[in-house]
Design a protein around this ligand. Structure first.
Ligand code: TRP
Length: 362
């Protein structure tokens, strides 16, 4: 069976370093491993509209931001198909048929939807489209016969829902859809990177994100202002590394090579953590090291972004070509689905004959 990747992001803002360690970095590695037959990376504008119906301009403006983030991280249009969700009408058609396979009670149990409803203050005014987006996400995944979906931990319930839909569809209509597997980051610190203020989630409104497109100076300011152990008042005091955002970022980003290059008096992160816990290591020194590490990661990303920014029409053309290619794939799947559901009437000669005969006999 072909190995196929599908994943994507909602274009509601620029992507940040949490997206990078949570999924983007892995996607680029998978792309370059050469182990996958097809790779689809989707800008999920239709899903973004499910809770931004009154602000389509936000979604519209962020499509190019997300595309630039993708390309600057090393996603290569020669290897990965980058496309825009709303340009693939087959996805909505699949969603409509899948809706009959899921109960309202099942959607209400989805933990991600539940917490998003709370976060967005929807109360009793939840848009139906938002409520059903896990179904549309199952359509995104199955339309491309995806075997592998690299995403962050918050997407786990979506993958569960998609698998259930696949099983139910195949049970009722016969083997048609491919069951996807989630691919989570291996490093537990990458599952959910905290904000620079130590809050559990990075969020634009909290102003606690480091964006992939931030300048070197912005990154420096954000890192030097990062929350650390609030009880680590003097350098001599023992500090706490668990739950300390600066150390979580180091767990997510730093390598032994970074130590050799920027902080050779420590062999690795463990040695640095030991010293911090013992006392005698100041926050500023650790933050300066983190800044060097982040710059090592972000500089090539920033440089590639600059190149792509010089030719925005070419970036849009990449998305247009990708969308054409993605539509062809989704159309083939939709045909298969309609055939299995036996609603492909005009391509089904047996059906046409049978109906004619039914009345001829009377
Ligand atoms: N829900 C994802 C997010 O919020 C975006 C998304 C839409 C997606 N459809 C998908 C991710 C299909 C993986 C597979 O970022």
């Amino acid at each position: 069976m072909a190995k196929i990747i599908l994943t994507g992001d909602r274009p509601t803002g620029k992507l940040h370093v949490g997206h990078y360690v949570g999924s983007l970095r892995r996607r680029v590695e998978l792309q370059n491993s050469g182990e996958y037959d097809e790779i689809y990376i989707m800008i999920a504008d239709a899903q973004a509209l499910t809770d931004n119906a009154d602000n389509p301009e936000k979604v519209r403006q962020n499509i190019i931001e997300v595309a630039l983030d993708y390309l600057s991280c090393g996603l290569d249009p020669a290897k990965s198909t980058l496309f825009i969700q709303s340009q693939i009408p087959q996805l909505t058609e699949l969603t409509f048929y899948y809706m009959n396979l899921v109960t309202v009670a099942r959607l209400q149990r989805n933990p991600t939807v539940k917490s998003e409803i709370q976060l967005r203050d929807f109360h009793n005014s939840i848009p139906v489209g938002f409520f059903t987006y896990p179904i549309s996400q199952a359509a995104d995944i199955t339309a491309f016969d995806a075997t592998t979906v690299p995403v962050g931990e918050d997407q786990e319930p979506m993958l569960e829902q998609a698998k259930e839909i696949v099983r139910r569809f195949n049970y009722i209509y016969g083997d048609t859809l491919v069951e996807p597997q989630i691919l989570l980051p291996e490093n537990k610190y990458c599952l959910r990177l905290p904000g620079t203020d130590g809050k559990a989630k990075m969020s634009k409104s909290l102003n606690n994100c480091i964006y992939l497109s931030d300048s070197s100076e912005e990154v420096r300011k954000k890192i030097m202002g990062m929350f650390t152990d609030p009880n680590h008042l003097r350098v001599e005091d023992p500090g706490q590394v668990e739950g300390n955002p600066v150390f979580i970022y180091l767990e997510a980003f730093s390598t032994d090579e970074h130590f050799r290059q920027f902080l050779p008096e420590y062999e690795n992160l463990q040695a640095l953590k030991d010293h911090y816990s013992r006392g005698g290591l100041g926050d500023v020194k650790v933050k300066k090291f983190l800044y060097a590490v982040m710059e090592d990661v972000l500089t090539p990303i920033r440089q590639r972004r600059k190149e792509y920014e010089k030719d925005i029409p070419a970036v849009l053309e990449i998305l247009r070509q990708g969308s054409i290619k993605a539509e062809a794939k989704a159309a083939a799947t939709l045909n298969r689905v309609k055939q299995s559901m036996r609603i492909n009437y005009f391509d089904d000669q047996d059906y046409l004959d049978e109906q004619a005969k039914k009345f001829a006999e009377n």
